[in-house]
Design a binder for this molecule. Structure first.
Ligand code: 13P
Length: 246
């Protein structure tokens, strides 16, 4: 009932050469059983959009809140759309930590993406210390509820949620399928408590050291609807293998 969503978050990796190589490598003979979205560094978005529009979608790893104006360095949601993007990531933990983004700011970014007709993926996830102290779900819930309070639960259907436990990002330590599946089920139950009609259709994807070897067992979990892939999305072959695991 829910179509899988597999997204590549290239973070601050890549070059024009890599964009060209990736598209050539990924395009060859792949059969897509999922929605596939590539998130390159912002400066490569337009080029990538021009190369990939037929078979995958593209988006930005972040988005500004303002529709336009004097905000040096910010990129407005309408500009993402203008160059062919259809998705954005908001609230990635690296931005929450490195740029001090608050739950409230993330919620406003989610809203600005929706207002421009983009699909936002909101990232939520706990640190290792928060997991060990039993606070994982409370943290994830707080991050999620900031978006729901600002945009409404139904708005989540225009995008997706990415559960990305911080201890699994870039560490090679993946959450077990059971750990991830449990959190996804808890998130879905939380949303069902707010709006029963939203929860069954909501896409909740997992991120954190997803690779071709572990993707299948993660996707086998009922409430895991795809992946947000970092390191393993930088090579066309490994990303294609993850897409093929759907
Ligand atoms: P890795 O797949 O490199 O752990 O990164 C996950 C992530 O942060 C995707 O947004």
């Amino acid at each position: 009932m829910r179509r899988s969503l597999i997204a590549a978050n290239w973070k601050t990796h890549g070059s024009l050469e890599m964009v060209g190589d990736f598209v050539k490598g990924f395009a060859s003979g792949i059969e897509l059983r999922a929605d596939v979205v590539l998130f390159p560094p912002a400066v490569y978005l337009s080029t990538l959009a021009g190369l990939t529009s037929e078979f995958v979608q593209v988006g930005l790893q972040d988005v500004g809140v303002a529709a336009d104006g004097a905000h040096t360095g910010e990129i407005a949601a309408s500009m993402v759309k203008d160059v062919g993007g259809s998705w954005v990531i908001v609230g990635h933990s690296e931005r929450r930590l490195d740029q001090g983004e608050s739950d409230e700011l993330v919620a406003h970014k989610f809203a600005s993406a929706l207002a421009a007709g983009l699909s936002p993926i909101v990232c939520v996830g706990e640190t290792l210390a928060q997991r060990e102290s039993g606070d994982a779900f409370a943290v994830v819930c707080r991050q999620l509820m900031a978006v729901v309070d600002h945009c409404g639960a139904a708005a989540l259907l225009n995008g997706a949620i990415a559960y990305e436990p911080l201890w699994a990002i870039g560490t090679g330590v993946t959450a077990t399928p059971e750990q991830a599946g449990q959190m996804h089920a808890s998130i879905r139950a939380q949303v069902a408590g707010l709006d029963e009609s939203v929860a069954p259709a909501l896409r909740i994807i997992y991120g954190g050291s997803v690779n071709p070897a572990n993707a299948g067992s993660l996707f086998a979990q009922e409430d895991i609807d795809g992946a947000l892939v970092g390191g393993a999305s930088l090579q066309a072959a490994s990303f294609a293998a993850i897409v093929a695991a759907v």
